[in-house]
Write a protein that binds this ligand. Structure first.
Ligand SMILES: NC(=O)c1ccc[n+]([C@@H]2O[C@H](COP(=O)([O-])OP(=O)(O)OC[C@H]3O[C@@H](n4cnc5c(N)ncnc54)[C@H](OP(=O)(O)O)[C@@H]3O)[C@@H](O)[C@H]2O)c1
Length: 277
């Protein structure tokens, strides 16, 4: 199946807000000059989504880099996340205001619960529903939510998450969670979408890279795009940031998608959220 998407393509979320299909991950980019370079290169390459989190300790630098760019705030989709230590009704409001202040903006596009911390996550969600209602965030969502966490949230709240950000690449292919979310109208966002670059020597990835004349990273990102997920590769190198955006001019065949779908080995670089109550 040929899929017509380009770097300006967006997915419509379940509350009508649109999210870009490609974003820049920023985990581990903290020094001001590295953040400036990464954000400016990404905006120049056409990225319009920046993914951060309170836990990445770079919100302030990201806010400054956006301010010093030539792209306006309104054109940029900023995602940030509630830290595990800030769960709870009141502390969610406090943590959110601190993120806003560090980012030096008056709204975020998407606010996510970073991890499904048991007991307190539904109180945090209640606060996030109120932030949404007040217009402080354009959309709210979750991260690392598996089906049990989503079922629990559905039972205890009135707003469905717009997004679930999960570890997702051919080597950790969360097919069931992806299908569950997509059937529910929850957009899936893939983190660690190129498996941190550590599976580029895999024979099928190498073969497909040669076949399509694209790099291993591009083949893995394109696989995500064709699964209709949002991909947020991290790079601090201007060349690789550009390379990771050059994924809209080829199409992986159904047969090769099948090959990539069969590579799952539950390879994770983050804790396994299936183990969270
Ligand atoms: N919600 C969560 O719990 C969660 C967890 C983890 C990550 N995330 C988010 O998802 C983003 C992406 O995930 P990730 O950072 O874990 O992993 P990733 O994007 O799969 O891989 C990043 C690594 O790959 C390298 N790289 C990037 N492009 C490359 C290319 N074209 N060729 C070769 N190497 C390349 C980067 O190095 P260079 O910088 O040197 O290019 C970096 O070491 C994060 O930055 C963060 O925003 C969310």
């Amino acid at each position: 199946m040929t899929m017509q998407v380009d770097i300006n393509s967006k997915l419509k979320l379940n509350n009508g807000i649109e999210i870009p299909r490609l974003g820049l991950g920023t985990y581990n980019i903290t020094r001001k000059k590295d953040v400036d370079r990464a954000i400016h290169s990404a905006l120049e390459a056409g990225y319009r989504l920046i993914d951060t989190a309170a836990a990445y300790y770079n919100e302030r630098e990201i806010g400054e880099a956006i301010k010093s760019s030539t792209v306006t705030r309104e054109e940029i989709f900023i995602t940030t996340k509630l830290d595990n230590s800030d769960h709870g009704y009141k502390s969610t409001f406090r943590a959110f205001e601190q993120s806003l202040s560090r980012l030096d903006t008056d709204y975020v596009d998407l606010y996510l619960i970073h991890w499904p911390i048991s007991r307190r996550r539904n109180e945090s969600w209640k606060a996030m529903e109120e932030l949404l209602e007040k217009g402080k965030c354009k959309a709210i969502g979750v991260s690392n939510y598996m089906i049990n966490h989503l079922e629990d949230l559905k039972k205890n709240s009135s707003v469905l998450p717009a997004v679930n950000q999960i570890e997702f690449n051919p080597f950790v292919f969360e097919r069931e969670v992806k299908e569950y979310c997509q059937n529910l109208g929850v957009a899936v966002e893939a983190y660690t979408p190129i498996a941190r670059g550590r599976k580029f020597k895999h024979q099928d990835i190498k073969r497909l890279s040669d076949k399509y004349g694209k790099t291993e990273a591009q083949v893995m990102l394109r696989w995500g795009i064709q699964h209709n997920v949002i991909v947020i590769p991290k790079s601090s190198s201007p060349e690789r940031i550009k390379e990771n955006a050059d994924i809209f001019n080829f199409n992986i065949s159904d047969e090769d998608m099948g090959v990539m779908n069969s590579l799952d080995e539950d390879l994770r670089y983050s804790p396994d959220p299936h183990n969270y109550d």
